[in-house]
Design a protein around this ligand. Structure first.
Ligand code: ADE
Length: 248
């Protein structure tokens, strides 16, 4: 996979040399970070200007972005612009980007990039969540970490992807390691029983209960896939069908 990142703060991307991402960079991922100002030609290397229509802040000018994206674009490239006004980034979106040949991340600052750039290149605006960051750089670090760890061969133990939070639409069950007792808190007995069937059931129950209490929005999405046991467990714990209270 080829990944290009364009930003006025290329130093932000130093963490990409570390850990498993650094390792993936040397084998599966060909990643380059570019300074947008290399595509400016005035003495001040200007990348922004005042917004048409008025209002606070500055907007990133289309010309440097046009030159940058013309230089980096390829027929298979998908251009992603992090923005609080974009489509929500999810585990599903991360997985959908894993087979891509070429991703270009265009990091906006200030009030954002002139919308004509997004339109001209058919870029996708993607949001990390319902809050506003100073710019797209941290959002790109987050997205890349989520995408790169899903590339086959990057994680030592691929099966850890199967049970983690969001892999099956549920939050993951809690995890424990040695010692069995710490500050008078014991590891649940069942995890030390060696009974793999019971352990799997316990983990599913915990995942269901955790998701029901913390993320009812996620539970609602997987509700049609739950079996009788799942539904009985949730009913017992006082969680009714998500649609129940609006049915009348
Ligand atoms: N840039 C500023 N805020 C952002 C957000 N919430 N997600 C993605 N990019 C952003």
């Amino acid at each position: 996979m080829r990944i290009d990142i364009v930003s006025i703060f290329p130093e932000y991307f130093a963490p990409l040399d570390l850990s498993l991402i650094g390792k993936a960079r040397s084998s599966q991922v060909d990643l380059a970070v570019h300074d947008l100002r290399q595509w400016t030609f005035d003495v001040h290397r200007t990348v922004d200007d005042t917004p048409y229509g008025g209002g606070p802040g500055m907007v990133m000018k289309p010309e440097p972005w046009g030159l940058a994206l013309d230089a980096l674009n390829s027929p298979s490239a998908q251009i992603i612009v992090p923005s609080p006004a974009g489509k929500p980034f999810t585990q599903e979106m991360a997985a959908s980007l894993v087979p891509a040949d070429h991703l270009i991340f265009a990091c906006g600052r200030y009030e954002g990039i002139d919308q004509r750039v997004i339109e001209h290149y058919g870029a996708t605006e993607v949001s990390l969540g319902d809050y506003v960051l100073f710019g797209g750089e941290v959002a790109v670090l987050v997205m890349l970490e989520a995408i790169i760890r899903l590339i086959p061969g990057v994680l030592g133990n691929a099966s850890s992807l199967d049970e983690e939070s969001h892999a099956n639409g549920l939050l993951e069950s809690p995890v424990y390691t040695k010692p069995p007792s710490w500050r008078e808190l014991d590891v649940p007995e069942i995890l030390r029983s060696g009974d793999h069937g019971k352990i799997a059931r316990w983990r599913r129950d915990q995942a269901l209960l955790r998701t029901a209490s913390l993320r009812p929005d996620l539970l609602e999405k997987v509700w049609p896939t739950l079996d009788k046991r799942d539904l009985a467990l949730l009913a017992e714990a006082g969680f009714a069908s998500p649609g129940a209270d609006v049915a009348e």
